[in-house]
Ligand binder design. Structure first.
Ligand SMILES: NC(=O)c1ccc[n+]([C@@H]2O[C@H](COP(=O)([O-])OP(=O)(O)OC[C@H]3O[C@@H](n4cnc5c(N)ncnc54)[C@H](OP(=O)(O)O)[C@@H]3O)[C@@H](O)[C@H]2O)c1
Length: 218
């Protein structure tokens, strides 16, 4: 297995890289800014320059990889096309290349509430709407996929239990980015994660369960 991580300079993406390294999975990171990546990512990690909006760079980066994890996301900005470009077109470009390259598993970090058009987060240039379009594109692509929809993301990890539910079951809650990264990386080894959309948050008063069991129960 060799993983390509898109969005690896992001707060979740860098944790996905960490979790891959912990499991000895070879990883290549796909980044827009090499200098920034060198500051953020472990020195041993392979860094390839590119942009999800430039398909030719994706194709070169995916060469030799067998799985893809995508944790890209439009940065808040005044550009009304940001989420359309990054969260839809960018992901679509990754999916198209993954299909052409015979990628075995595509893990996408999406978001809780993507099915709610009237959600306040859609005031940020329809970000949830465009994430949902990307999810649907991936689902229809024929690739083996796992779509992970986290609640509000937190940088601080904690020992709370992960709650995992089927699509459109959770509407509030948060989760540490480290746990989202663990779910994404574990999914690569768990047959029950294949072709599923899961929503994840954490709760302090619940019992911790292995991630494989969580996937099996969705
Ligand atoms: N914030 C929340 O509470 C929340 C809740 C649920 C879901 N989500 C979603 O979860 C995902 C991860 O969130 P996060 O806050 O960890 O992400 P983040 O820190 O904002 O990182 C976003 C990543 O996307 C990359 N990116 C943006 N445009 C790109 C492009 N054109 N080509 C290649 N890479 C590009 C950024 O690269 P640069 O470093 O070069 O900018 C960065 O690595 C996002 O999809 C987000 O929408 C967030």
């Amino acid at each position: 297995m060799k993983a390509l991580v898109a969005g690896s300079t992001g707060e979740t993406g860098r944790r996905i890289v960490e979790e891959l390294i912990k499991r000895d999975i070879p990883v290549r990171t796909f980044v827009r800014d090499i200098t920034k990546a060198q500051e953020i990512l472990p020195p041993s990690v392979e860094i390839v320059p590119g942009d999800v909006l430039k398909p030719e760079t994706i194709s070169a980066a995916m060469e030799g990889c067998t799985v893809v994890l995508c944790a890209t996301g439009a940065r808040p900005s005044f550009d009304p096309t940001g989420p359309y470009q990054v969260d839809f077109v960018g992901t679509k470009n990754l999916v198209d290349t993954a299909k052409a390259k015979g990628i075995e598993h595509f893990v996408l970090v999406s978001s809780m509430c993507v099915s709610q058009f009237f959600h306040p987060l859609n005031l940020f240039w329809l970000i949830l709407f465009w994430k949902k379009q990307a999810e649907e594109y991936l689902q229809k692509s024929g690739l083996t996929y796992t779509i992970v929809r986290p609640g509000g993301l937190k940088n601080e990890d904690n020992s709370d239990a992960i709650i995992m539910k089927a699509a459109d079951s959770l509407f509030e809650g948060s989760i540490p980015r480290q746990k989202v990264a663990q779910v994404c990386v574990e999914a690569l080894h768990i047959p029950a994660s294949r072709n599923k959309i899961v929503e994840v948050i954490t709760q302090p008063d619940s019992t911790n369960q292995p991630i494989a069991e969580l996937f099996a129960n969705v």
